[in-house]
Design a protein around this ligand. Sequence first.
Ligand SMILES: Cc1cc2nc3c(=O)[nH]c(=O)nc-3n(C[C@H](O)[C@H](O)[C@H](O)COP(=O)(O)OP(=O)(O)OC[C@H]3O[C@@H](n4cnc5c(N)ncnc54)[C@H](O)[C@@H]3O)c2cc1C
Length: 422
Amino acid sequence: MEWERAQHAVYDVCVVGAGSAGIACAQGLALQGRRVLLLDRADPQPPTLKAEKLDGEGVQALLRLGLDPAVTAALTPLRRVGVYFGRRYLATLEPRPAEAGFLYHTLVNQLRACLDPRIDFQRGTRVAAVETTADGPVVVTGTGDRVACRLVVLATGEARGLVEACGAVTTPVAPYTTFVVAASYDGSLHTAGRPVDALTFHHPIPGGPVAYATFFRVGHDVRANVFCPGPLPESWAADLQAAPTAVLAAGNPRIAALTEGWTATSPITSRKVHVFQLTPPDRTGLVVLGDAGHVIDPAGGGGLVFALLEVELFLREYAPAWLTGATVPAPAIATYYADPRRRQAVDRFFGAGRYIFDLNHDASLRGRRRRWTFILRHRLARVGAAGSPTGEGRSAWPLPAPYLYEQFAQARLARERVLSRG
Ligand SMILES: Cc1cc2nc3c(=O)[nH]c(=O)nc-3n(C[C@H](O)[C@H](O)[C@H](O)COP(=O)(O)OP(=O)(O)OC[C@H]3O[C@@H](n4cnc5c(N)ncnc54)[C@H](O)[C@@H]3O)c2cc1C
C-alpha cells in the first residue's frame, strides 16, 4: 500500500541507500522542503565493520541536521585521547568538540529512527537500475517498480554494482587494501595514571604491519580497532583475527600492561577494505555521494566525516539551485564534483591514509624525519590542546562549528596570497 503510493507520487529526489550519507542527504533535503524518497535494501542495517570513531566535525554535521536524538543514543563522547608512538607516550589531547565512539549499525539504525517524518522511507527495497528518460531519471527497483524524480542520489556505499552500471569507473588508490580487526572488551583506559576515553598507538610494533591501533570507549565497553594498510602477510592476518590484543601485547609492553585482564565481550570481526576513488557517471539527474564515490583508507580515518561534509556542501550550495529545474543537467553535476573545496577535502582525507601508511612503513630519511616531526609535535602539545589522533592538518573546531569547506576555502586563499607575494 505504502509502496503503491510511492509509485504514483512525484518526488523531487530519490536517495538510494540509507547509510550515513544517504540519511544525511535525505534529512537535509526534507528540511529544505523537498519531497524525498529514501530506499534501502536492508532494514534494520545489519552489524557491519565500518566507522566506529567519528571526529567532532562529523558529530557537528549530524547535529546541524537535527539528528540529536541519534547522536545522544548512539555516540559515546571521547573527550580525552592519549597518543603513543610505539611504546613512547606522547600527549593527551582534548579534541574540541569531542570525538565519538560507536558501533556503525547502531548509529545508522538510530539515525533512521529519527528521520524527518516527511521522508518516504521504503525499507527493504533494492534498487536494480537507474534509467535516464527525456523527462528525467527513473529508479527501477528489484521487483520492477519504477519511480520518477528530478534527481537521483546514489549513496550505496561500497556496493559498486549499481554505480558502475550507471557509468562510473572506479580506480584503486594506494595503499589499495587495508586489513581491519575490531572487538569489544571489558576493560578500562588510562594513561600516566589518569583515565582517558581513548588511547591511540601509532606504529605500535616496530617492523610490523600494524600502522595504527586504537582503543576507545563505546558505552561501558572498550572497543579496539586495528588497522594494517598495504600488503599483509597471511600469518599476521590470521593471528590478528584470532587474538588482536595478544598480538599487540606481544609486540608492545604498554599495550600488554593496558590490556592485561581484559575479557572480550564481542566476537572479533575483521575485513579487508578496498581503497578506491571514482570517476563519476556523466548522467543527467544522477549524483553520487559517500562511499559510493570514494572509499577512503580507514587507517587514516575520516571517511564518514567526509561523507557528512560532502553531503553538507551538496545541500547548502548545490541542491537549492539544482532543484529549481525539471531535472539536473550533467554539466551542473560535474561542477559539484569539481568544486575546489570538495577536491581539497578529497586530497586531505586520502592524504591522511597515505600519511599513516608512511608513518609506519617509510624507512627513508623522509620517513624518519616525518616520524620525528610527529613525535615532537605531540610532545610539545599542551595537555588539553585541541587535536586529533592523526595530528595532521586538524584544527580546533570551536562551537558552533563553522563550515569545514569554508575553512578549506580560507586556507586556499591564504596560501594563494602568500604565493602571489613570492
Ligand atoms: C573498517 C572501516 C573502518 C572505518 N573507520 C572509520 C572511522 O574511524 N572514521 C570515519 O570517519 N570513517 C571510517 N570509515 C568509513 C565510513 O564507514 C564510511 O565512509 C561511511 O560509512 C560511508 O557511509 P555511506 O552512507 O556512504 O555507505 P553505507 O553506510 O555503506 O550505506 C550504504 C547503504 O546503501 C544500501 N544499498 C547498497 N546498495 C543498494 C541498492 N542497490 N539498493 C538499495 N540500497 C542499497 C546499503 O544497504 C547501505 O545501507 C571506516 C570504514 C571501514 C570499512
